[in-house]
Design a protein around this ligand. Structure first.
Ligand SMILES: [Zn+2]
Length: 255
């Protein structure tokens, strides 16, 4: 939150002033303070669950065995349709955080996602590696562009935004507030795109807890195997997959 940043900045300034009062001859004491300040800011910007720059909905506080599952980076022309089929065969609803340019390339898949009762959210237009270096205006432009294309296909304008790579910063705080969107993080991710599927499944079943928002990618060629195993395990262990909006008590679309 901005209040927290302001208080950290004020504490750093007080430390600097106090230090200079007691030790005017040396400025070396500043080095650890500055390093600590940089580390805190890096951690705040790369750990979405810390809510450092702004609030993101990352899990629900509940003892009920309810969780929500989410898929980022699609729609993918081959994987997403198979995933929709798999989810449908288990009667499970998920949320797809789509990249605007992929939506433009594969609008029919987005129609199918909605038709099957899943939710759609915004995951930027280009998902550039440098998204977090954009100005707030350019971030806003990507968010608006993605919402416009999604609205033209589905008739609904998403309210949910998942920051690319989960990175947050003051520019994104401004863009989210100007677009009146809500930031959604996650509480469980297994780096499903880079790890061996068996490894991912083992970690999923060890770490799943009530109220989790689980992050997957529907661009991952192993996602069907992972999700199928996971759904069976959830069922066996009395977990229920609910919609992201009911888990977090938020709205998916503008009225
Ligand atoms: Zn992503």
């Amino acid at each position: 939150m901005s209040n927290r940043i302001n208080s950290i900045t004020i504490i750093v300034i007080i430390l600097i002033i106090t230090g200079s009062y007691f030790n005017l001859t040396s400025l070396y004491y500043l080095i650890p303070i500055i390093i600590l300040y940089i580390i805190v800011n890096i951690m705040g910007s790369t750990s979405i669950g810390l809510n450092y720059y702004f609030h993101s909905y990352s899990n629900a506080s509940t003892t009920k065995k309810d969780i929500a599952i989410t898929f980022d980076d699609g729609p993918h022309p081959h994987i997403t349709p198979k995933l929709i089929e798999l989810l449908d065969s288990h009667n499970v609803k998920a949320t797809f955080f789509c990249i605007g340019k992929n939506v433009r390339a594969h609008p029919n898949i987005v129609v199918d996602i909605i038709d099957k009762g899943h939710l759609v959210g915004n995951h930027s237009y280009r998902h550039s590696k440098f998204f977090d270096l954009l100005s707030s205006k350019n971030m806003q432009k990507e968010m608006v562009e993605t919402n416009q294309i999604l609205e033209s296909i589905t008739g609904k304008s998403p309210k949910l935004f998942r920051p690319p790579f989960g990175i947050t910063n003051p520019m994104l705080r401004k863009a989210i507030s100007r677009t009146n969107m809500v930031s959604v993080g996650w509480s469980l991710r297994l780096f499903d795109t880079v790890k061996d599927p068996k490894n991912v499944i083992a970690k999923l079943v060890t770490n799943t807890k009530p109220g989790d928002v689980v992050l997957f990618h529907d661009t991952n060629k192993n996602i069907l195997e992972i999700v199928e195993e996971y759904l069976l395990w959830l069922k066996k262990n009395d977990y229920k997959i609910v919609s992201l909006t009911s888990l977090l008590n938020i709205e998916a679309y503008e009225d």
